[in-house]
Design a protein around this ligand. Structure first.
Ligand code: ASP
Length: 414
């Protein structure tokens, strides 16, 4: 047995310890020592200290990763029709995935019936219903510095995408600034890595606080959240993707799964889209017979910007968190979630656990408490395995559809 436990194992152990601590302390929750020193001091410090640290990195991470993501769009314009088709495919399937997650989340209601509103530290400030035109107008920042200072994610996203596109148009003339964003992105990811060292403590604090307050009734919502995400991921994979594959790719779904399963297993076991890149490319080119010209564009691009599984998790998690904090989401909130989660997918790096940090961006945008992240983080690795598998399957389906619509002869096509 190796001496060092992986971070995932540590977080999972922290979750179990947090649940046990909370269940033991629940009957004593009104005891002055428990409430003053444990709940409001120790658990609060650990849990909210961690949440504040995550919050610190959300804005720089989103800004840098999206600027770089958008700067890579130059390849899209170079590739003309194929580029546009791929981009439209990726963005629309992701938006659809979020809609599915929101509908499914409202049917499954993972957080209904359990209220931890009173232990939320940040005030819940979900905005009232706004006219759609205002939602659109307010996406355009009049002052990017203000958008960053107040953490207005949609405004930051719009600014980042425009900066990225401008950088790519400037080419060599702005290569230094581009480098600053690239290095800023590495820096932000390093910061995330450092903050994540403290994740077991943070998760312990947040979970212990929740379970001390609520007792065992808090187990059911977590379980429902997990099952809910997995079910919706499967629906997206089996219905949306296979429907598209049959309709536009003229490819038999059974054969698709038979041929792509090994790569899906790599995604499941590593929880990293990036780690699947070689296997995805090889499978597309050798097993499915897609040309290098198409697959060597669509697969790496999809790996970085197309994360339908992550978007599904973010949609369900947002509903889960809103419900347990007793917040009713408005239509305007739902539109905001669709927009933010779709764009968050562009900015999510294909490595384990980044999706749940990017969830912070969605929560901030709809005004939900970030502490919610701590609740889902304890089981996030398991969710990550399933969502990564769907992330890479989406890239493969897109590649086959593009190849087919470009008139390529696929192996084993219908
Ligand atoms: N692990 C995911 C991926 O690599 C990203 C995430 O959602 O955390 O695709």
């Amino acid at each position: 047995m190796s001496k060092k436990l992986s971070l995932t194992t540590k977080i999972f152990i922290a979750l179990i310890l947090g649940v046990i601590t909370g269940l033991v302390l629940h009957p004593l929750k009104d005891n002055p020592f428990v409430s003053k020193y444990l709940l409001n001091f120790v658990f609060n410090l650990l849990g909210n200290g961690f949440v504040r640290a995550i919050r610190m990195v959300v804005v720089p991470l989103v800004l840098c990763s999206l600027v770089i993501g958008a700067a890579g769009i130059e390849d899209v314009t170079k590739l003309g029709r194929i580029g546009i088709k791929t981009l439209v495919f990726y963005l629309s399937t992701t938006a659809f995935a979020v809609i599915l997650a929101l509908v499914g989340g409202n049917i499954i209601n993972p957080g209904k019936g359990v209220r931890i509103g009173d232990i939320a530290v940040s005030e819940v400030t979900v905005s009232e219903t706004k006219p759609f035109v205002d939602i659109l107008l307010e996406m355009i920042p009049i002052n990017p510095a203000e958008a960053m200072a107040t953490g207005n994610m949609l405004q930051i996203i719009v600014f980042a995408i425009l900066v990225g596109i401008s950088l790519s148009l400037l080419g060599d003339k702005a290569s230094n600034i581009k480098k600053v964003f690239e290095e800023g992105n590495s820096l932000s990811l390093k910061l995330v890595e450092i903050i994540m060292i403290f994740a077991p403590f943070g998760v312990y604090g947040l979970i212990a606080k929740t379970f001390t307050t609520l007792g065992y009734v808090a187990l059911l919502p977590l379980f429902k959240y997990f099952i809910g995400v997995v079910i919706i991921l499967f629906i997206h994979c089996l219905v949306t993707y296979q429907g598209i594959l049959v309709l536009f790719g003229k490819y038999n779904p059974i054969k698709f799964f038979k041929n792509f399963a090994p790569t899906m297993m790599v995604g499941f076991s590593t929880a990293s889209s990036s780690a699947c890149l070689p296997s995805s490319l090889k499978s597309m080119q050798e097993t499915f017979g897609v040309s290098k010209a198409i697959s060597s564009f669509t697969i790496p691009l999809g790996n970085t910007i197309n994360m339908d599984g992550t978007a599904v998790m973010q949609g369900v998690a947002t509903i889960f968190i809103a419900q347990i904090y007793g917040v009713d989401l408005t239509m305007g909130n739902y539109i905001t979630i669709i927009l933010t989660a779709t764009l968050a997918s562009i900015g999510t790096a294909g490595v384990p656990g980044v999706g749940v940090i990017m969830l912070g961006m969605v929560l901030v945008q709809v005004g939900l408490p970030l502490e919610g992240i701590g609740l889902v983080m304890g089981i996030d690795r398991f969710v990550d395995m399933f969502r990564t598998m769907i992330n890479i399957t989406g890239d493969a389906v897109c590649t086959l559809v593009i190849a087919k619509t470009e008139g390529e002869q696929l192996k084993e096509a219908i």
